[in-house]
Design a protein around this ligand. Sequence first.
Ligand code: EPZ
Length: 432
Amino acid sequence: MTRPGDATRHYNARMEKLRIQGGRLLSGVVPIGGAKNAALPALAATLLTEQEVRLENVPAVRDVDTTCKLLQQLGVTVQRPSPGVVVTRGSGSTDSEAPYELVKTMRASFLVLGPLLARTGHGRVSLPGGCAIGARPVDRHLDGFVRLGAELRVEHGYVEARCSRLRGAEIAFDVPTVGGTENCMMAATLAQGVTVLRNAAREPEIIDLAMLLKRMGATITGAGTDTIRIEGVDQLHGAEHRVIPDRIEAGTYLIAGALAGEGLELINCCPDHLQSVIDKVRDAGVQVEVLADSLKVTRPALTLPVDLRTQPYPGFPTDMQAQFMVLMTQARGRSVIREAIFENRFMHVPELHRMGADISIDGRSAVVRGRTALSAARVMATDLRASSALVLAGLLAEGETVVDRLYHLDRGYEKLEIKLTAAGAVVQRFRE
Ligand code: EPZ
């Protein structure tokens, strides 16, 4: 029997780097994996039952390993019988603490608090703290739990939540929050009475989580809209569920195709989930062919500048901002990119400067002037999506680019160098 984490044992990413020879065209087929940001809440949701839950199409990425370890620490047995499959079975153990050591490496660990509170009446989770892209507080999660009747104690960097039985409530988010919507929706499934989430996040990952919860016996309507209604039930049971394709992985390879594609084909994806990205890439003059569960992309002779503002779904996703900025370095002209979701999500810009990009930052806006021929350099990843943007830049840059701190990349991209190599790129992972 494999242990959680075996599936991705290959990376000891602390020392590993990627070496990229730029200038190759990309063609052939890239298989898109399961969505990290759907798999993580789905794994947290397994805490809502002691019965067996089987998840399929779970990506072999580090954040999944971290979550599986956290579930085990919370008394859940976790098996990974084959690639993409995670089978969990809850235990009666009442150990309901998510320690700082784990939460600090992955904010999404905070998603276990809602399920723990709902099923065991108690949860103690380290506050996630900030990260490279911003403060990322969890006040909206906590406000939701209080409205559901939980008593909170925040001390020593931990949140302790207690409640004998949660009660349905009206929760209105002042600004949509993906994690807050997920945490409160999970908690509300076992509350007494009806909960209504207003100004809820509308991401496809919310719809996918609601689908899993309904398969577990929850009563939920409105997922995917800004108003979600949950009618609490006494308990949830086991279920089977296949995680949706990763729209950000697909978007990342779409940009790779926009930069260097010759009929590059992305399969096993869900084009509907990245319509706003497809629209902006087409505005840039890129030819994108959309089929039922695949995309085909070829780089244009001339890339056009496009202004952009990141927004909650269905707007342009913040998780695609860094990747799109690389495309804009190849556009003839000036484009303005506004990051409206996170306060510090331009960490890729200094690294792109070192590759010759002409980008100036003014608060939450970046002005990109193209076209610039990027030149290879040693660059350093700072966060998950910034690191994928540096890889994209390396695909173009004349010479050999080395991307350091791959542990950022391995959090959310499965076998990225293998998929790119299969499409014609020259990318190697090595240890220095
Ligand atoms: C999710 O993070 C994603 N992570 C992020 O993807 C993604 O960038 C983000 O949603 C926005 O789409 C997962 O799904 C695991 P939010 P989350 O709560 O839930 C503020 C990646 O690269 N806020 O929607 O943390 C917050 O600071 C990651 O895969 C509060 O102020 O995002 C941010 O500015 C990066 N108080 C904004 O709202 C709160 O209580 C959106 O955050 C919660 C959020």
